[in-house]
Design a protein around this ligand. Structure first.
Ligand code: TER
Length: 316
């Protein structure tokens, strides 16, 4: 009926905190299954289009995923300048690979995602996100666990990118945000290589996760810079962090010009929707209280001695 208002009558409830729920209105349910590792759902959200949820948490929606994948992928590549080999941890939806392949310097992207069902389901249902990247000749997919891959594989990378689920304390991915894991990652970086990770929500009323991840990185790398982006479908600002043993310069007019020049030189055939030199430097302008909280934070994530279960250690 022309002019009729369409409203959702099916809702996907996502707990942002134990006391706050984001009700996502659903137009269509494509997939809802429990894989060997997690609950997987692909739905069409009325506002943001097709989206993937893992264990009830929104991972990406086609309406605003560029706000997540562009910073996650291009910030480390721009800081490196000429990335050739990239390792993606997680990222089974292919959105990160799609962005990385825009670089004319990138020769190879290894995706390590433990859950083959996520990869296959996204390949089939989220074409709008991977846009063929999962089947690109430069991409190799390894359906295995990131710990094992990073420890046993001798490859060296220019960029290692962690596109994992949130490291909920006592949750399954926390081990991949520990000092021990970051040390193992550092061993796989080439000289001048850059590590980037999604680093939890930056809303301080939600969780201390972001300051703790940044402090854990600072225990391993000599240069660490935190940044954030607002991805509306997430309901909270999203934190990220880049880390390297090269000095990471992220502010100032010279950086704006440098970033615009690199984009013009290396991302010629493909378009970036959100990121340019101005946005790049803006990502690193964190609010004062968040910067202070990071500086004050004393907890770093570490494994219990001799174990594989994550625990927290006070101080470094
Ligand atoms: N390639 C996309 C995978 C994204 N993984 C990281 C998800 C970040 N957390 C999002 C939480 C949403 C909370 N509402």
């Amino acid at each position: 009926m022309p002019g009729a208002e369409v409203k959702a009558d099916l809702w996907f409830s996502e707990y942002i905190t134990p006391f706050d729920v984001y009700q996502h209105g659903v137009r269509k349910l494509y997939v809802a299954e429990t894989t060997a590792y997690q609950d997987l759902a692909i739905v069409d959200l009325g506002t943001y289009g097709k989206a993937m949820f893992l264990d009830g948490k929104l991972q990406c929606a086609i309406g605003d995923e560029a706000l997540y994948h562009e910073p996650l992928c291009h910030v480390p590549c721009l800081l490196h300048g000429s990335p050739q080999r990239v390792l993606v941890l997680g990222g089974g939806d292919g959105g990160a690979a799609r962005e990385l392949l825009k670089w004319d310097t990138v020769e190879r992207v290894d995706i390590v995602d433990i859950d083959d069902r996520v990869i296959q389901t996204c390949r089939e249902h989220l074409q709008e996100i991977h846009r063929g990247a999962l089947d690109d000749r430069r991409v190799r997919i390894h359906a295995t666990d990131a710990w094992g891959y990073v420890q046993s594989n001798g490859e060296q990378y220019d960029i290692i990118l962690s596109d994992l689920t949130d490291p909920l304390e006592h949750g399954p991915s926390l081990a991949l945000f520990t000092r021990e894991f970051f040390l193992a990652v550092k061993m796989r970086l080439r000289h001048g290589g850059v590590f980037v990770t999604q680093a939890g929500p930056t809303s301080l009323v939600e969780s201390p996760m972001h300051p703790r991840i940044v402090r854990t990185l600072r225990a391993v790398f000599s240069s660490v810079q935190a940044f954030q982006a607002f991805i509306p479908s997430y309901g909270s600002p999203q934190g990220f962090a880049v880390a390297s043993d090269r000095s990471l310069r992220v502010r100032g007019d010279a950086v704006v010009e440098h970033v615009d020049r690199l984009i013009a030189e290396h991302i010629r055939g493909a378009r970036l929707v959100k990121l340019d030199g101005i946005m790049f430097t803006g990502l690193f302008c964190l609010p004062k209280d968040l910067r202070e909280q990071i500086d004050r934070e004393q907890v770093i994530y570490s494994l219990k001695k001799g174990g594989t279960a994550p625990d927290t250690l006070i101080g470094t």
